[in-house]
Write a protein that binds this ligand. Structure first.
Ligand SMILES: N[C@@H](CCC(=O)N[C@@H](CS)C(=O)NCC(=O)O)C(=O)O
Length: 200
């Protein structure tokens, strides 16, 4: 059985929960309240020196931090992670997500809708939203003629990009001018096994 260290609202942990569901893998959740700093205890830091969730514990006891490393491990040998040169297209977009998307979209969402510190973080929010607009323009152009980001079918590259982009509006990042991005979000949500952020 797998164990997933997550938090209730984390988009990075959501990626992993979607994939576990899509692959039909059973797991138990250890859901942290990040404000309580339980991801900074010596025990947790021994699993992930960065002190962040998600961390997936494999049935062997091995711990994997970093959402995209977890996706990579779980998807190996499945159609969601192709082999050969196609794999480069997948990893290319997974790096794009970590370098260009994650910080801007997650921080804008956190300070707008979760911590609700829009006034205090005004300057940073403007910079994150400018970066987000650049990302959305890039994806809009890329997805204008493609159904999925890496290949002509759903892969873990789509899954890596999906959570924070789909929640952009929680960071007051407007998705309305990006119809191809919105259609892609809908296509990802239509994949068998997709689960919502908060399950009833
Ligand atoms: N690059 C990491 C980022 C993980 C991350 O930022 N996790 C956040 C929650 S989404 C976290 O644990 N924040 C708590 C903290 O930094 O103390 C990944 O993709 O998994």
């Amino acid at each position: 059985m797998y164990t997933l260290h997550d938090s209730r609202l984390s988009g990075n942990a959501w990626k992993v929960r979607i994939l576990l569901s899509q692959l039909g893998l059973e797991y138990r959740r250890i859901t942290h309240v990040l404000a309580d700093n339980t991801s900074r205890t010596p025990e947790f830091l021994a699993m992930n020196a960065a002190g962040k969730i998600p961390v997936l514990i494999l049935p062997s006891g091995e711990a994997i931090p970093e959402s995209n490393a977890i996706l990579w491990h779980l998807a190996q040998g499945t159609p969601l992670l192709p082999s050969g040169f196609d794999q480069i297209r997948v990893v290319q977009w997974m790096f794009f997500e970590q370098s260009e998307v994650l910080k801007a979209f997650s921080a804008a969402r956190f300070f707008t809708s979760i911590a609700k510190k829009e006034e205090e973080k005004k300057v940073e929010l403007a910079a994150w939203r400018t970066q987000a607009a650049y990302v959305l323009r890039t994806l809009e152009q890329h997805l204008a003629s493609l159904e999925f980001v890496a290949l002509n079918r759903y892969t873990i590259a789509d899954l890596a990009l999906y959570p924070y982009i789909s929640m952009a509006e929680q960071g007051a990042i407007d998705l309305r001018p990006f119809p191809s991005v919105r259609s892609w979000v809908a296509r990802v949500e239509a994949q068998p096994g997709w689960v919502p952020l908060i399950e009833q």
